[in-house]
Design a protein around this ligand. Structure first.
Ligand code: C2O
Length: 344
């Protein structure tokens, strides 16, 4: 059977790593009528939200996004406001660092087929909250276009000190236009920049095309209720999703905070930009064709999560309702995908 939404009343301490507790609670506020949380219905849509590539965004967009983010950070003054920036980051901590249990086992949304749908829903609400804080129902998150040579660095809007999009806890040697190595697992290489970009494109071809001809390889292993968490990652979750986290995180911190650990990753605004591109890969992958389509397994389709929407109302959502981004009200501004021609 499918994974049900987590039981908030049993939300408990989270762990940075085995044996090390997160020093604060990651649990969201519990709604008064927890037992009758309704299913989410898509609100009537006005216009599609078009997510732009972050490196190409203009100043007007950057100003809007900065304003929305600083308003979200202001909501942290009330530490129980589910729309606050820290509460939004805590969603990731609670779902990924062992705070929730389902069927007597830890709930984990990484290392399995829950990876893509969980993060899509997470960003969906995050984006709507930001939009509502600036009264812009068309506001769309930017995507970190790391699969294109022009996007293979920290997008400039996130690298301005003093901005609400900046985060101190990042690897300082990876700032100011340093080319990202999408295969990074902790060691900097002294490969020339052009070669790193070429390697990145080859790697993208491998993870999107060669190694993921069928849904199970792309989405990750089955994770029905009652089975052990972390049955196995999909190709993109493994690489480049994880390397981008590690590459961005701060080696001066104990656990690679912020981006280098699940509990803290959401505290870096760049997290949501990174995940917008991970999510975009889901759409791109289906466009490649062959057997590349969504899973049809009912345990996947009927798995559920819990989120607060932009009006602070709690909802349960199903995987089956997030398969088509346009039906959800958003899409991605097209960018060429040069990796498609990088067959080794
Ligand atoms: Cu939920 Cu990029 O991790």
């Amino acid at each position: 059977s499918p994974i049900p939404p987590p039981d908030l009343k049993s939300c408990d301490v989270a762990f940075v790593k085995p044996g090390v507790e997160v020093k604060y609670s990651c649990c969201p506020p519990v709604p008064d009528d927890m037992d009758s949380v309704p299913y989410y219905k898509f609100p009537p849509m006005t216009k599609l939200r078009i997510r732009p590539p972050a490196h190409a965004a203009d100043e007007e967009y950057v100003a809007k996004y900065q304003l929305a983010t600083s308003r979200m950070k202001e909501l942290d003054k009330d530490s129980f406001d589910p729309l606050g920036f820290k509460q939004q980051a805590n969603i990731h901590c609670a779902y990924c660092n062992g705070a929730y249990k389902v069927g007597g086992k830890e709930l984990q949304v990484h290392f399995s087929w829950l990876f893509f749908p969980f993060h899509r829903w997470y960003l969906y609400f995050y984006e709507r909250i930001l939009g509502s804080l600036i009264n812009d129902p068309t506001f769309a998150l930017p995507y970190w276009n790391w699969d294109h040579p022009k996007g293979m660095r920290i997008p400039p809007m996130f690298d301005r000190e003093g901005s609400s999009l900046y985060d101190d806890k990042r690897n300082q040697t990876h700032r100011n236009g340093t080319i990202i190595d999408l295969g990074h697992f902790g060691k900097d290489v002294d490969t020339p920049q052009l070669q790193i970009m070429t390697n990145n494109l080859t790697l993208m071809y491998r993870q999107m095309v060669t190694n993921a001809p069928c849904p199970s390889q792309f989405f990750g292993a089955a994770y029905p209720l009652g089975t052990e968490p972390k049955p196995g990652m999909g190709t993109i979750e493994n690489i480049p999703h994880t390397p981008v986290h590690i590459w961005t995180g701060d080696p001066r911190q104990k656990n690679g905070e912020d981006m280098g650990n699940f509990y803290s990753a959401g505290l870096d605004p760049l997290f949501y930009c990174h995940h917008a591109n991970v999510d975009r890969m889901w759409d791109e992958w289906k466009l490649i064709g062959g057997k590349r389509r969504d899973l049809s397994n009912k345990d996947w389709l009927n798995s559920e999560f819990f989120f607060y929407d932009e009006n602070r109302n709690p909802y349960r959502v199903k995987v089956r309702d997030c398969l088509d981004s346009k039906k959800m009200g958003f899409s991605y501004a097209p960018m060429p995908t040069p990796w498609r021609n990088f067959k080794p």
